[in-house]
Design a binder for this molecule. Structure first.
Ligand code: CU
Length: 118
């Protein structure tokens, strides 16, 4: 009888474990969805291209409609980026096409370099 109970317990454990790993796989699938990159913490410098749609000089925030960035698996989208130095905003205008460089800073993507695209 004791042996029978042990087997039941074992079977239950295995079932629980496989259910758990199934859940993990499902979660990984969901987290591979585009917006996950917003809280992306890896420190990497990435080159990107986009068009400026708004400039917030007070908050040092540039809103850019950027193209897809394959290096970090981002789809194309319009989003706000903080600039590392307010001086980077000098000479920029809404509607301008730009080449820019991003760096992850505390989970946020910060523009460390930007220049009008030729
Ligand atoms: Cu984005």
């Amino acid at each position: 009888m004791l042996k029978f109970i042990k087997i039941i317990a074992l079977v239950t454990t295995i079932a629980a474990l496989s259910a758990c790993s199934k859940n993990e796989a499902a979660e990984q699938k969901t987290s591979a969805v585009p917006m996950e990159h917003m809280s992306h913490e890896k420190a990497e410098m990435v080159q990107a291209v986009g068009v400026i749609t708004a400039i917030d000089t007070k908050g040092s925030i540039l809103t850019i409609s950027h193209e897809a960035i394959a290096a970090i698996n981002w789809p194309a989208m319009t989003m706000g980026f903080k600039v590392a130095d307010p001086k980077l905003l000098n000479g920029l205008a809404v509607g301008q096409k730009v080449d820019f460089e991003l760096k992850a800073e505390g989970g946020n993507q910060v523009i460390t370099n930007i220049k009008p695209k030729k």
